[in-house]
Design a protein around this ligand. Structure first.
Ligand SMILES: [Zn+2]
Ligand SMILES: [Zn+2]
Length: 324
């Protein structure tokens, strides 16, 4: 089968071995997949990963190795991590698969990814895509779920004000998601064209240089991925407020943590989320991700698609592996 593989370099392989589902797994024919910044980081050596890339995709279940055949023929998305399933593992026992130290993560760690004609995944991480949700919307479910994780971790009250800092994919998806969850959210960024995407869906937006930096926001989400963004986020968080870290800001630089102590700020790390809630938001058509799609490439042009993904101002680049 066709697969986009990283092994020292990024390559398109045409005769990759088609996977066989193990007991409790399904074989999924990929229709549409999305390139994420994590994929790009991996091509620069992040995680030391070697194998098929990709963790954002929609596909059709073609085969199931289990008595339970209920998902056969269904259109599905897959949560990206599954645990070791060792009965002794305390994380798996509590269903915290995403934190299991021996977890497998699609296209990132110990598991071939979804940039291929086929992938296998355990049935328990598969979710049927509602009829009214297109492939183009469903392919966003993973970053959408990651944005939903904030409200799983933190109770944001109706009268609280939230700022999302950063208007890249991460910031846009986070702001659109919080807005769809009826949270009072402001998106602050440096690009009017990107801010306008959120504004068109009802999010209040500001250019950074026109936004007054004041310590008055209950919750501030850092989604810039830069140290200066972290510092600005801290300067916006009110005393006793919560600073949510969504991007893995390069941890190597020194910065001043004293304001966290002085203002008694809670710092919350936030990563992946559950797909159930994300799919409900899509089903209810509370968010439209189509303005975030910059280009769609056929799988044969995957290398070109990765090049496109590097360009400035490009948001989501999609890869088509097969028709529905
Ligand atoms: Zn991703
Ligand atoms: Zn485990």
């Amino acid at each position: 089968m066709k697969a986009v593989v990283f092994d020292k370099e990024l390559k398109l392989v045409n005769d990759y071995k088609k996977p066989v589902p193990a007991k409790g797994e399904a074989l999924i024919r990929i229709t549409l997949a999305g390139i994420c910044n994590t994929d790009y980081e991996i091509t620069k050596g992040y995680m030391g990963y070697v194998g098929i890339l990709g963790h954002e995709a929609v596909g059709i279940v073609e085969e199931i190795n289990d008595e339970d055949q209920s998902l056969l023929g269904k259109r599905v998305v897959a949560e990206i991590s599954y645990g070791c399933k060792d009965p002794e593992c305390p994380y798996c026992a509590e269903k915290l698969y995403r934190h299991c130290p021996n977890r497998h993560t699609l296209g990132i760690w110990r598991k071939d990814g979804c940039f291929a004609e086929y992938m296998t995944m355990p049935l328990e991480v598969l979710f049927e895509v509602p009829e009214n949700v297109s492939d183009e919307q469903a392919v966003f479910v993973e970053p959408l779920a990651a944005a939903c994780e904030i409200t799983e971790q933190l109770h944001i009250k109706p009268f609280e004000k939230v700022v999302v800092l950063g208007d890249g994919k991460l910031g846009l998806i986070t702001a659109l998601t919080l807005n769809a969850q009826n949270i009072d959210v402001i998106l602050v960024g440096k690009h009017q064209n990107k801010l306008d995407i959120a504004k068109a869906q009802g999010v209040e937006t500001f250019l950074l240089n026109e936004f007054k930096i004041e310590k008055k926001y209950d919750v501030v989400v850092e989604a810039t991925g830069s140290i200066s963004g972290f510092e600005t986020a801290l300067a916006l968080t009110k005393p006793r407020g919560v600073l949510v870290l969504k991007s893995t800001v390069a941890a190597s630089k020194e910065f001043n943590l004293a304001p966290i102590v002085i203002d008694e700020i809670t710092v919350l790390g936030s990563r992946c989320g559950q797909f159930g809630a994300a799919l409900r938001l899509l089903k209810n058509e509370r968010i439209d991700f189509s303005p975030l799609i910059s280009a769609t490439y056929n799988a044969d042009d995957a290398i070109e698609a990765f090049e496109k993904n590097k360009e400035k101002d490009v948001l989501k680049v999609l890869l088509r592996f097969s028709e529905k």
